[in-house]
Design a protein around this ligand. Structure first.
Ligand code: NAD
Length: 456
């Protein structure tokens, strides 16, 4: 097994060195292969997502399959343009010369993916790596075992398996992979392991993209369309894998005066979405495994946060937890100290909405920050004052669907970004190329510097 893993990596490196992955035709053929896989294998993919997470079919389509398909189509449409060297101006001191930036593939890249969107988070970086002309090893998450083995089975049927390989495994296997030398590592997951990945990459001076998480705040002003705001918050939280999403709202901040109205509206929306007994709803994903269930149970049961104002039902056998809202939990409670990554949503209250800025800035920089308001001045102030991987006004989560926006964190929520052209760039080296002829000698350039400048 160990030997076959090493042999697989060796083969990938040899194929890259042989130039197999560089031609535009090869890249386009692989992208078409991924697209075909996402189209022809929809049923198998939906089944795997349901087996791993109880993910509703609609979420599987909208949040995973369709995003993969549109990433492939976008890359296919733009591939030639992205690959083209970009001419840049030349300075007079370099006269005569021309200059360009030539994107080149980095070589052999390792993609380590997470369990919560196990198709999307595996294939979306792979699409970027292929478009940029690299050989790729994909290590899916053992936390989503059905998708991991499905990818291992399917991908070689649709793409060139000599240059794109799926290597399955858990911590032991990933550690072994990380000990090898890569030309880029792309990791999605928690920040504790992010540090492990960064340390392993540093040993070989390998650049790494870290797509991590954090606590994404949602600030809600009192001038909003309450029903729409509540629906969009609920969709971004519980409608995205039941809160197990990196950009899901982690907590809300609103004013004391407005909190009861917001809470009422959220309750109404949730009852409409998931019925009186959400544990029976087929539209709500389950918690991924017993260990995460235990972690979330611990957050719910912490004495300090006993103020559940909505929900709270859970079923350990089925690994299901209902949408659950807390009001005014202490800032030093575990639920406010760690990323929740599940269906629990605390609402914090402040006197004035501007107090939310200080609160957010006292915490680690989030992957996404959301503000609901009709006040454009407040939006400007929020944009200026809050550092976050991404920012979205009057909605949650959907900024990730725009391929013209980079997707990634800042500070503890990650480093590097991808999506659209940013994916191509993440897996390319931008080579600086200057071209001169033999004219244009500047005598002052050559020693002896102090001697009269004679023609040389
Ligand atoms: P996970 O358990 O699937 O782990 C991620 C990957 O790390 C897996 O492939 C796993 O094999 C590997 N891994 C785990 N322990 C390791 C170790 N000790 N050494 C080497 N590799 C190891 O996923 P997770 O970490 O539970 O994912 C949830 C976290 O990921 C959350 O913090 C979430 O916010 C974040 N996340 C971020 C994004 C993003 O795009 N920024 C997307 C999804 C999830």
């Amino acid at each position: 097994m160990v030997e076959s893993r090493a042999a697989a990596v060796q083969e990938l490196r040899a194929r890259f060195a042989a130039g197999q992955t560089r031609p535009a035709e090869w890249r386009a053929a692989q992208l078409r292969g991924v697209l075909r896989m996402a189209t022809e294998m929809e049923a198998e993919i939906c089944d795997a997502l349901h087996a791993d997470l109880g993910k509703p079919k609609t979420e599987a389509h909208v949040h995973e399959l369709s995003l993969i398909k549109s990433s492939c189509l976008f890359a296919l449409k733009n591939l030639k343009k992205w690959m083209k060297p970009q001419k840049v101006p030349a300075k007079l001191m370099n006269f005569p010369s021309t200059a360009r930036i030539t994107p080149e593939p980095l070589g052999l890249v390792l993609v380590i993916s997470a369990w919560n969107y196990p198709l999307l988070l595996s294939l979306d970086p792979v699409i970027g790596a292929i478009a940029a002309g690299n050989a790729v090893a994909l290590k899916p998450s053992e936390g989503a075992p059905a998708m991991s083995s499905l990818l291992a089975e399917l991908l070689p049927r649709f793409v060139d398996g000599t240059c794109i390989k799926v290597i399955e495994g858990g911590v032991k296997e990933t550690t072994a992979l990380l000990n090898q030398k890569w030309d880029k590592i792309f990791y999605t997951g928690n920040s504790r392991v992010g540090r492990v990945v960064m340390a392993a990459a540093a040993k070989h001076l390998t650049p790494a993209v870290l797509e991590l998480g954090g606590k994404c705040p949602v600030v809600v002003d009192s001038n909003v369309d309450l029903h729409i705001a509540a629906k969009r918050i609920a969709a971004g939280k519980w409608g995205c894998n039941n809160g197990q999403a990196c950009i899901a709202p982690d907590f809300i901040i609103t004013t004391q005066a407005f909190a009861p109205k917001l809470l009422e509206s959220l309750k109404k929306v949730l009852e409409k979405f998931y019925g009186k007994d959400p544990l029976l709803s087929a539209d709500l994903s389950r918690v991924v495994n017993a260990s995460h269930f235990g972690r979330l149970k611990g957050l719910m049961d912490e004495e300090m946060v006993s103020d559940i104002v909505f929900g709270g039902q859970r079923d350990e056998q089925q690994l299901k937890i209902a949408p659950t809202i807390f009001l005014d939990v202490p800032l030093d409670s575990a639920i406010m100290k760690e990323e929740i990554f599940g269906p629990l949503l605390p609402i914090l209250t402040v006197d004035k909405i501007h107090e939310s800025f200080g609160l957010i800035n006292s915490m680690a920089k989030p992957l996404a920050a959301y503000l609901f308001t009709r006040d454009s001045e407040l939006q400007n102030q929020f944009e200026g004052a809050i550092s976050a991987g991404g920012m979205l006004f009057n909605d949650t989560s959907i900024h990730l669907t725009n391929p013209y926006l980079p997707f990634g964190g800042v500070g503890e929520s990650g480093t590097g970004a991808y999506h659209g052209k940013f994916s191509f760039d993440a897996f390319s080296h931008r080579k600086a190329v200057m071209n001169r002829g033999f004219a244009g000698e500047a005598r002052a350039r050559y020693p002896p510097y102090s001697a009269p400048k004679l023609k040389i």
